[in-house]
Design a protein around this ligand. Structure first.
Ligand code: ISL
Ligand code: CA
Length: 612
């Protein structure tokens, strides 16, 4: 039914609409379809388009600069929709595109109803959305409402006086007495900011502190104020009425704070997101949002669930509780990190245990996401694969894409990972742009806590700018991201001459074409969406082998076997009783079929998918 609906909406549009026609078409595209009898369950799951989707995240600043100012923009995205359609993704998640002074690249919003000047105009947005819909794709946008920019008019009002009607839109508190220096009170509590230092900023105008869990320019909104909630719900409707298909919700569990904002205990200090993510009204506010807004549209919602553990995840994503469809749980993506940017050794059984744990805990009314990269993490292949040689880079990038696209949960791919783009070879501090890196440098290096070389090495390994360097479209100057005369806002990775979309489109064995095949495979078989998942050998330290199976009454059984060799070392893997590698349907090394075998001989970073 839902597919039919999308199709009908798409017929209304054609690729060459006038802007006005396009606008009109878009505003009528998304209201919830009239109540239809619920589709029959599939393997116990309620089918939904967002469960069947493959999502692609665009970081607009780094995708395509269309006008030569060195900054990616919306017209640049529109230009590449055919590329995305060719890849096979069908939902785009757009990182923030709103008016912003860019203290945190758009995660600090000044006006929720305006497009960032650098990214274009509302007409550009409408054209982009119409063009997305014309290709039967959907768009979800980033909802950043735990905080605003300090340049948002709510905050300008709020800070202007203690009795301003907007005062209570944010958290204002008196400081604590400072015996050593009475003129300079201490912050109201011991909360650290995610971006170093205290989470409190003193504002001389009214001599109180305001709370900012992120940058000083990102004051936290007070969701306990019903007016704040109403205003947020209204801006959500503004975009939904335009036709967007849902939201990725930034740090959404942080919207409910601990009553009275008590100091964190020594134990909580080790993991502040945890207490912050579990304020008493978190679920209540999400349910209110669902009731007031989300339930009235046919949308997809995914919360960035910083601080949330598996137990709480099941609460938020349980469809019977009417909160969110899915969340990003950080278990896997952060498994190789200690504090800050430090490395933590990880093992394959640990990774399997994470996915196995999700499969056990999340039931038929829950839904999961699968992702290992985004704009806050290193490049997929550099982080979890092997970028030490060209051959291993290509092989391991393909292996990781195989895994992401065959595990249970909606897969989220990040721009450039379909090309096997790598981390940037950072060697100096001034090559970084990210506020997180700059603030951490002040806190760690400038105080003498850490030698500069060590800091740069760690930021190179895990810094967020690794994923934010411009898309590598071609071997042309600036990698085709921006015109030759432009200066990209962040340097292009010098390996663009060999790693780029044009080269990969011309090479049938490229990471791009492999990812395209893996996406097509997922779209072709509901077993990868609704099928059961079984880890064949949770303790194997090098091979990750699992099955996805779907037995529907009256239909031939769909049985798939995925075998992944994590590492350079070849592996011999004997399948358990009852699982035979019947027919090879996807492989990242050509010519190694071993169909019918019960023992498989896997090469370095080899990935295979069989029907069994
Ligand atoms: O990336 C992080 C550490 O390296 C996290 O602390 C990150 O800040 C956290 O996951 C929250 O991320 C989201 O909110 C931030 C924004 O900077 C991130 O880009 C966004 O994804 C504040 O809005
Ligand atoms: Ca531009």
């Amino acid at each position: 039914m839902k597919h039919l609906y999308v199709f009908a909406a798409a017929i209304v549009l054609s690729v060459s609409l006038s802007p006005l026609q396009a606008q009109r078409a878009v505003t009528t595209a998304t209201p919830k379809p009239p109540a239809t009898p619920a589709a029959p369950l599939i393997n116990g799951y309620q089918p939904a388009w967002w469960k069947e989707a493959v999502v692609y995240q665009i970081y607009p600043r780094s995708f395509q600069d269309s006008n030569g100012d060195g900054i990616g923009d919306l017209n640049g995205i529109t230009r590449h929709l055919d590329y995305l359609q060719k890849l096979g993704v069908n939902v785009i998640w757009l990182s923030p595109h709103y008016d912003s002074p860019n203290a945190d690249n758009g995660y600090d919003i000044r006006d929720y109803r305006k497009v960032m000047r650098e990214f274009g105009t509302m007409a550009d947005f409408d054209r982009m959305l119409a063009a997305i819909k014309a290709r039967h794709m959907r768009l979800i946008i980033d909802l950043v409402v735990n905080h605003t920019s300090d340049e948002h008019h709510w905050f300008a009002e709020s800070r202007s006086s203690k009795d301003n009607p907007y005062r209570n839109y944010y958290f204002w508190r008196d400081g604590r007495p400072n015996p050593a220096d009475p003129a300079h009170p201490l912050p109201p509590n011991n909360y650290p900011s995610f971006f170093s230092g205290s989470a409190w900023q003193y504002d001389p105008a009214t001599q109180q502190f305001y709370l900012h869990l992120f940058a000083v320019k990102q004051p936290d909104l007070n969701w306990d104020n019903p007016k704040v909630r109403e205003d947020v719900f209204s801006l959500m409707r503004f975009w939904l009425d335009k036709g967007v298909d849902g939201f990725r919700m930034d740090v959404i569990p942080l919207i409910s704070k601990q009553p009275g904002l008590p100091d964190l205990s020594a134990d909580e200090m080790k993991n502040p997101p945890r207490p912050w993510a579990n304020g008493p009204h978190r679920d209540e506010y999400l349910q209110e949002m669902n009731r007031e807004v989300l339930s009235k549209y046919d949308v997809m919602t995914v919360g960035e669930a910083i601080g949330i553990e598996l137990g709480e995840q099941t609460r938020i994503v349980n469809s019977e509780r009417h909160e969110l469809n899915m969340i990003f749980n950080f278990d896997a993506v952060r498994m190789n990190r200690g504090n800050g940017y430090t490395e933590r050794a990880w093992t394959l059984p640990e990774l399997k245990a994470i996915y196995d744990g999700h499969a056990q805990v999340l039931g038929k009314t829950d839904w999961d996401t699968v992702f290992l990269s985004n704009h806050d993490n290193p490049r997929l292949v550099s982080n979890f694969g092997d970028d030490s040689t060209a051959e291993f880079r290509v092989r391991s990038a393909k292996l990781l894409e195989t895994m992401l696209l065959t595990l249970r949960g909606t897969p989220f791919l990040y721009q450039g990972d379909e090309l096997g783009m790598t981390n940037y070879p950072f060697v100096r501090l001034d090559q970084f742009d990210d506020i997180e890196v700059k603030n951490a440098y002040k806190e760690k290096v400038m105080t003498g806590m850490m030698p500069e070389a060590q800091f740069v090495a760690e930021a190179h390994r895990f810094g967020r700018d690794n994923a934010r360097t411009p898309m590598q479209w071609s071997a042309a100057p600036n990698a085709g991201f921006a015109p030759a005369a432009a200066k990209p806002w962040l340097a292009v990775n010098p390996n663009y001459t060999s790693i780029n979309a044009a080269a990969e489109l011309a090479d049938p064995d490229s990471v791009f074409h492999y990812t395209q095949r893996a996406i097509a495979l997922r779209h072709a078989h509901l077993a990868f969406v609704y099928g059961d998942y079984r880890d064949l050998n949770p303790t194997h330290s090098q091979v990750f082998a699992y099955t996805r199976t779907l037995d529907l009454p009256g239909k031939p059984a769909q049985r798939f076997l995925v075998v992944l060799n994590f590492g350079q070392k070849p592996a011999e893997y004997t399948l358990p009783e009852g699982v035979k590698a019947r027919k090879l349907i996807l492989a990242n090394i050509p010519g190694t079929k071993e169909a019918g075998a019960s023992t498989l001989h896997l090469g370095a970073w080899e990935a295979r998918v069989y029907a069994y």
